[in-house]
Design a binder for this molecule. Structure first.
Ligand SMILES: Nc1nc2c(ncn2[C@@H]2O[C@H](COP(=O)(O)OP(=O)(O)O)[C@@H](O)[C@H]2O)c(=O)[nH]1
Ligand SMILES: [Mg+2]
Length: 379
C-alpha cells in the first residue's frame, strides 16, 4: 500500500477489509490486515502528538486551513495586480501591505453570513515557479491544498501575458484546472493480481476495456491492486489516476481594478478567451470594494457546496454547516457527532418554498441548500 498519508492508508485498509469476501480462504489475509490496521492507527496517534510539538516550527507557507480556504494568486511580472487590496477588503485587515511586496503568505478571515472563509494573500508566481523559482515549490504546494484559487488579473494591463504565465506554471506543476479527478480508485492489495470492479451502470460500459486497464496499471509497476471504476472513463484517465502528482483544482478569475477607465474591454476579452476553462470570472475593484456583494455565495455555489442549518428545539445553530451538494441527512448526522448517526431515529427537515415545508425523513434523505435539519435519536 502506498497511499499518501497514514490517514488515507487507514481509510483504504478499512475499505479493503470490508470488501474482501469473508471465508476460510481469506481468513488469514483479513486477520493480517486487521493487525496492520491496528498498527497504523497507533502510528497515526503518535504522529499526531509529534505534529503538535512540531507545529510551532512549520514553514509560513504551510498555512493551516480553517474552514474553506481561498488563495489569491497573481503573476510576478505584473507586480501589484491588486491581491493585497482585495485581501484587506475581504478580511478587514489593516492597510499595511498594499503596494508592498508580500514575501510570505498573509492569512485572514472573510466572514459572509457568519460563514468563515480563510483568505490567503500569496506571493506572486514567478516564471519557473514549477521548478522552484521564487518559493515556487511552497506556493504551488499551497495551491494544491487550497479549496479555491482566485487568479487575480490586473485589467489595467495586458491580460493575456498574465494568464499565460500562470496557466503554464500550473500545467508544468501538474495542476489541472476546473476538471474533476477521474472516477477511478486504485488501491494496492496483498493479492497477486489486478482486479477491476465496475461499480455503476455507467462504469459497466467499459467492461470491454478490462484487459487494457489491467495492462496500464501493470505498466506503472503495480501488479497487485483493486481498481474501482465509478463512472465515465477513458484510458488516459486510467493513467492519470495512477499519477499521484496530478492535482485537480477549482479556480476562478478576479479581474481587478475594475474602477479604472478602459478596463471593460480587457474584462470582456478575459471572459471571451477563458470562459470555457473558467466558468466563473468576476470583475472587481478591491479599492472600492466592488464586485464582492455575493462573493461568499458565489464561492459556495462554484464549489458545489450547500448551507445546512441544524435545529435543536427552538434554536437554529449558527453558522450553518457547509457540505457538498449531494449530502444526505447521514452526512449531517456524522458531521455533528457520530452518536447522532449511531442512535439516529428520524429527522425533520424544514424546507423553504412557497410555504415552509416540514417533513419527517430517514437517514438517506437528500438535502438542499438552506434546509433546516433536526435530528432525533433513540437515546
Ligand atoms: N484603482 C485601483 N487601484 C488598485 C486596486 N487594487 C489595487 N490597486 C493599486 O495597485 C497597487 C498594487 O496593489 P496591491 O494590492 O498591493 O497588489 P498586490 O501586489 O497584488 O498585492 C497599489 O498601488 C494599489 O493601490 C483597485 O481596485 N483599483
Ligand atoms: Mg501584495
Amino acid at each position: 500500500m502506498d497511499a499518501k498519508s497514514l490517514e488515507e492508508k487507514i481509510k483504504k485498509l478499512e475499505e479493503f477489509i470490508s470488501l474482501v469476501p469473508k471465508h476460510k480462504a481469506t481468513e488469514k489475509i483479513v486477520a493480517l490486515n486487521r493487525t496492520r490496521l491496528v498498527k497504523l492507527k497507533g502510528e497515526l496517534e503518535s504522529n499526531k502528538k509529534r505534529q503538535k510539538k512540531l507545529s510551532s516550527r512549520i514553514s509560513p507557507f504551510s498555512v493551516k486551513s480553517e474552514g474553506i480556504q481561498v488563495i489569491l494568486i497573481s503573476d510576478y511580472n505584473t507586480l501589484g495586480a491588486g491581491k493585497t487590496t482585495i485581501f484587506h477588503h475581504l478580511t478587514g485587515a489593516k492597510y499595511e501591505n498594499i503596494g508592498k511586496f508580500t514575501p510570505i503568505p498573509q492569512v485572514g478571515i472573510y466572514k459572509f453570513n457568519k460563514i468563515k472563509f480563510q483568505i490567503v494573500d500569496m506571493p506572486a508566481i514567478m516564471e519557473g515557479a514549477s521548478k522552484g523559482v521564487g518559493h515556487g515549490t511552497e506556493i504551488l504546494s499551497a495551491v494544491r491544498s487550497a479549496d479555491l484559487i482566485c487568479i487575480c488579473i490586473d485589467l489595467s494591463r495586458g491580460i493575456q501575458k498574465q494568464m499565460e504565465l500562470l496557466l503554464s506554471e500550473f500545467s508544468k506543476a501538474n495542476i489541472r484546472i476546473n476538471i474533476t479527478s477521474p472516477p477511478i480508485e486504485i488501491e494496492k492489495t496483498g493479492s497477486n493480481k489486478i482486479q477491476v470492479y465496475y461499480l455503476t451502470e455507467e462504469a459497466k460500459k467499459y467492461l470491454n476495456m478490462d484487459e487494457d486497464i489491467k495492462q496500464i496499471v501493470k505498466e506503472s509497476g503495480i501488479h497487485n491492486a483493486v481498481v474501482k471504476i465509478h463512472g465515465k472513463i477513458n484510458l488516459e484517465m486510467v493513467s492519470d489516476a495512477l499519477n499521484q502528482s496530478i492535482a485537480y483544482k477549482k479556480m476562478i478569475i478576479l479581474g481587478t481594478k475594475g474602477d479604472l477607465s478602459n478596463t471593460q474591454n480587457q474584462f470582456d476579452l478575459l471572459k471571451k478567451k477563458y470562459k470555457n476553462k473558467f466558468p466563473l470570472i468576476i470583475g472587481v475593484s478591491g479599492k472600492k470594494g466592488e464586485g464582492f456583494m455575493d462573493f461568499g455565495n458565489n464561492i459556495l455555489e462554484f464549489l458545489n457546496k450547500i448551507k445546512i442549518f441544524t435545529k435543536s428545539g427552538n434554536k437554529i445553530a449558527e453558522p450553518p454547516l457547509i457540505v457538498n451538494n449531494d449530502s444526505t441527512v447521514k452526512d449531517i448526522a456524522l458531521k455533528i457527532h457520530k452518536s447522532f448517526y449511531k442512535y439516529f431515529k428520524y429527522a425533520v427537515v424544514y424546507r423553504k418554498g412557497s410555504i415552509m415545508n416540514k417533513k419527517r425523513v430517514g437517514i438517506n434523505y437528500l438535502l438542499q441548500n438552506e434546509d433546516v435539519v433536526e435530528i432525533f435519536t433513540t437515546v
